[in-house]
Ligand binder design. Structure first.
Ligand code: MN
Length: 486
């Protein structure tokens, strides 16, 4: 299981008795958090009492591949010059937990011994100065460690830290390259690896075709039985469905054998495949694999990372594309879909398997899952390559039920409203250079994306109820200037 190290700050000045008490309290807090938070082991590491113990603790966390984050807590005062070398060593997401062993002040008995032992208000500030001076990106959470809202904040930090760790080890397979002439889906793959850890490599579609051709009758029968159990078979063209079933089996093998967490394809490079993967890719997304159409490796990687971040939460997460609008005054909505590839994680109705002609790519009509989408508050997030840095754009959106049936639309879809209103939200996205491909999630919030951007030191533009187009354009100008100064 992944680990979070709890490192406590103190110093030698108070004597061994105090340091024993510091360690004891630290164990109690780490144990409490560990019991309250699932999916990760929160473990008291050690108390920093001088530079050497600080370096040792930070190096231990950095070198432990199972460690996804570090929580630091200043129980007493801890002179921060002794933290410099350690913090320079530390390469894991950092949470500065500004808490106390005690909730309330013991007004009747408080004396100087108590004050010296329980002075996070004091020691936390000394430590914070050094983090800020060194430019250490970190999350600060303030409050008593047993308070529910504090625990919730730590859980969210751990979700994002887990996603950052996942990102550092993510492999993305590109079947074919980027769609010809398309700009926003392209990007600097070397820089993506330097900054986020994504290992993005090209594979000939023939490598997948070989696995498709090797699918056995037994594998195919089992997959078709699964489809029949889960979905409504709304087609007579079973041959087309079987073709997609083979693609799913082949993709599963390819991804598992290669250790990939995400992939892209493109309808411009399907040599040896009779159809564009539709149902197959939908199924893969439903299992948590990241996907980007038309060679969009950035959205593919984000999809896998956000799925990891959303693990254990309610809600849906997947690849999406802004397609078309309803411009009715006051009732404006975006219809989001893709040619085929909409994750069944978004389904609010039992998906139907249908086969329809696809007017692009010149291949056989592909099978796909068709369904109406979920509703609820969510985010739409994209990443664009600005040439000298990556930019994340995060829009707060409200997914809504489709206002009317769309019986002729042969693809799954979701619909949403923009914030603060349709005209402002869409214009803001466009000013920011936002892509047509996004990852949409009703499991994640703007705050999660903010934290991810902070911990990965990525530029972020947020579009929400507070967005004002004039201020936004000034902000974008400022971001260009800041990036040039870096
Ligand atoms: Mn597309």
């Amino acid at each position: 299981m992944k680990k979070v190290y709890f490192i406590t700050g103190s110093q030698d000045l108070y004597g061994e008795e105090v340091l024993l008490q510091v360690a004891e309290d630290s164990k109690v807090i780490a144990k409490y958090l560990n019991e309250k938070i699932d999916g990760v082991e929160i473990e008291y590491c050690s108390t920093v009492r001088d530079e050497a113990s600080c370096v040792e603790a930070c190096a231990k966390a950095t070198n432990d591949k199972d460690c996804i984050a570090v929580i630091t807590w200043m129980h007493t005062f801890s002179p921060a010059k002794m933290w410099i070398k350690g913090l320079q060593f530390l390469k894991k997401p950092l949470l500065h937990f500004h808490t106390q062993a005690n909730e309330k002040l013991p007004y009747d008995s408080i004396d100087m011994d108590f004050m010296n032992l329980n002075q996070t208000a004091h020691g936390g500030r000394e430590y914070a100065f050094m983090c800020t001076r060194l430019g250490v990106k970190r999350e600060v959470i303030v409050g008593y460690y047993q308070h529910e809202d504090v625990i919730e904040k730590i859980k969210k930090f751990i979700d994002v830290a887990r996603a950052v760790d996942f990102s550092k080890n993510l492999k993305v397979a590109m079947f074919g390259s980027n769609m010809r002439e398309v700009s926003v889906t392209d990007g600097d793959r070397v820089e993506s690896q330097i900054k986020y850890g994504w290992n993005v490599n090209y594979y000939g579609i023939g490598d997948l075709v070989a696995l498709v051709n090797a699918v056995t009758d037994e594998e195919l029968d089992a997959k078709m039985a699964e489809y029949n159990q889960l979905y409504v078979m709304n087609t007579d063209n079973i041959d087309s469905v079987k073709e997609q079933a083979k693609y799913e089996i082949a993709l599963d093998k390819f991804m598992t054998e290669g250790g990939f967490g995400a992939y892209t394809d493109t309808f411009q490079d399907l040599h040896g495949l009779r159809q564009l993967p539709g149902l197959a890719t939908q199924r893969m997304m439903g299992k948590g694999y990241g996907f980007g159409a038309e060679g969009d490796y950035k959205t593919s990687a984000l999809g896998a990372i956000f799925w990891e971040m959303a693990k254990g939460r309610e809600g849906s997460t997947g690849f999406m594309e802004d397609y078309t609008y309803d411009f009715t005054k006051g009732e404006e909505v975006v219809l989001g879909a893709h040619m085929l590839e909409v994750s069944p994680d978004f389904a609010s109705t039992q998906p139907k398997i249908e086969v329809h002609h696809l007017g692009i790519g010149g291949k056989e009509p592909p099978a796909r899952l068709v369904f109406d989408g979920v509703d609820g508050e969510g985010v739409a997030v994209c990443m664009v390559d600005m040439g000298n840095r990556f930019r994340l754009i995060c829009a707060a959106i409200e997914l809504v039920k489709q206002p009317k049936e769309m019986p002729m639309l042969p693809v799954a879809r979701i619909m949403w409203k923009l914030k603060p209103d349709h005209a402002t939200g869409a214009a803001a996205w466009i000013y920011a250079g936002g892509a047509h491909h996004t990852v949409v999630s009703t499991a994640l919030t703007v705050e999660d994306i903010r934290l991810f951007a902070k911990l990965t030191d990525t530029e972020l533009v947020v579009i929400d109820d507070n967005t004002d187009l004039n201020k936004l354009q000034s902000e974008l100008d400022m971001l260009d200037i800041i990036a040039k100064l870096k």
